[in-house]
Write a protein that binds this ligand. Structure first.
Ligand code: ADP
Length: 406
């Protein structure tokens, strides 16, 4: 399985209590190993992994095992059984949620970069501290290869001030950095580029609206490969209706909940992040498959959740005709975007006829990534191409890290 491995990249994505990892060939995207350590720092810390073509394996890591222990387990236990693969790792790529205005591209990790990620903690209080722990642990465990950070916010740094500034006093931006940063940038950038390759289009003359729809969801306006606007804001709470996040909302709701109803700010934060979105509207599930099932069975609340998700997305898509002028393609990606033909059908239906976006029902229903389907789904007479492009953030991170090896 691993006897011909030449050069691979270890991709690490650290959450507050988890480490996802994958070993990838940066040239082909081939995945040799992937896995996840979960419940870190808790009593039931555990890890599972799968070598390509083999059964999934799992183990416990011991009570309160931390990120360092998980990464050491990967190095000393899992990779000890695959010495060729261990030897092939020539770089480590780290996914970082927030790079603020400091980072516009993948960056070689040194102590200064660690300090930069620390500086951005206020904008990603759950994610950036975990990323730092992961970087420090991985730099110790894999000390002889370069470590590279790939920032989710970097792709959105090309937005003009008219899109990224909030209409609040200037010094809140200049002194405190309050502005729109965006999210899922690695995915938006990847699908915007990949759709040009698939359609044989010139990436320097192509306007695309990219819809990344998973548990977190965002939509971006991309002109000639550069982001002009995106739906996420200061943090990944803004914009679309998400699994448990509310997305766009009148800020006065916060004042009303605190001043009139007596909620504390931290309660509102918890409700907006964890109890809202599809979960809040349906009252039963944050999972799109559950929402769709309810919608098909005419459940009133699931139908409202389904319709609100599609309506909000259609409104954002329509609004991105403003920065783009004309639109060449709309791309769907992420677990929902790649699989839910019902959602795609409804969203395109909601767009005004004047935009001339039409889908081919048959192509649309066959484009389900879990069945291996993707690609164009527009009708021959559509003014705009509509394409399902499976995202691959790990591959982008692996390729970005590999550039530093050369
Ligand atoms: P994350 O943001 O956590 O990476 P994903 O991109 O994996 O999320 O997307 C998860 C969402 O995709 C869930 O709401 C799930 O219900 C939805 N999803 C996954 N598979 C399907 C499917 N076959 N049909 C419809 N929705 C799906």
């Amino acid at each position: 399985m691993t006897s011909n491995v030449e050069q691979t990249v270890l991709v690490i994505n650290c959450g507050s209590s988890s480490v996802k990892f994958a070993i990838i060939d940066p040239k082909t995207g081939h995945v040799y190993l992937n896995g996840i350590a979960e419940a870190l720092t808790l009593d039931d810390a555990r890890i599972d992994w799968r070598f390509e073509g083999k059964e999934k394996q799992k183990d416990t890591l011991g009570a309160k095992a931390d990120h360092q222990k998980a990464i050491d387990y990967l190095n000393n236990k899992i990779l000890a059984t695959a010495p060729e693969l261990l030897k092939s790792i020539c770089a480590v790529g780290h996914r970082i949620v927030q790079g603020g205005e400091l980072y516009t591209e993948p960056t070689l990790v040194d102590d200064e970069v660690e300090a930069g990620i620390e500086k951005c903690i206020p904008f990603a209080p759950l994610h950036n501290p975990a990323h730092l722990i992961g970087i420090r642990a991985a730099r110790k465990a894999f000390s002889t290869v370069p470590h590279v950070t790939v920032f989710d916010t970097a792709f959105h740094q090309t937005m003009p001030a008219v899109a990224y500034r909030f209409a609040i006093p200037e010094e809140l931006y200049t002194k405190h950095g309050i502005r729109k940063y965006g999210a899922h940038g690695t995915s938006h950038g990847y699908v915007a580029k990949t759709v040009c390759e698939q359609l044989n289009a010139d990436p320097n003359n192509f306007n695309v609206i990219t819809c990344h729809l998973g548990n977190g969801a965002s939509v971006s306006a991309v002109k000639n490969g550069k982001c002009l606007d995106t739906s996420m804001g200061l943090t990944p709470l803004d914009g679309l209706v998400m699994g448990t996040r509310c997305g766009e909302i009148d800020p006065s709701v916060v004042f009303f909940m605190c001043d009139v109803l007596g909620y504390k700010v931290e309660d509102v934060r918890e409700i907006f992040n964890k109890k809202s979105g599809l979960a809040g509207i349906s009252g039963t599930t944050s999972d799109w498959r559950g929402i769709t099932e309810g919608y098909e069975n005419h459940d009133e609340k699931c139908t409202l959740a389904f319709e609100m998700f599609c309506y909000r997305l259609a409104k954002f898509i329509a609004s991105y005709y403003v920065p783009l002028g004309n639109v060449d393609a709309i791309v769907f990606t992420g677990g929902i975007g790649e699989n839910s033909y019902l959602m795609r059908k409804r969203v395109i239906e909601l767009l005004p006829a004047v935009f001339g976006v039409k889908i081919d029902e048959d192509l649309n229903s066959k484009a389900r990534a879990y069945l291996g389907g993707s690609g164009p789904i527009h009708a021959p007479d559509s003014k705009v191409k509509v394409v399902v492009v499976p995202t691959n953030e790990e591959l982008v991170i692996a390729q970005s890290a590999f550039k530093f090896v050369k």
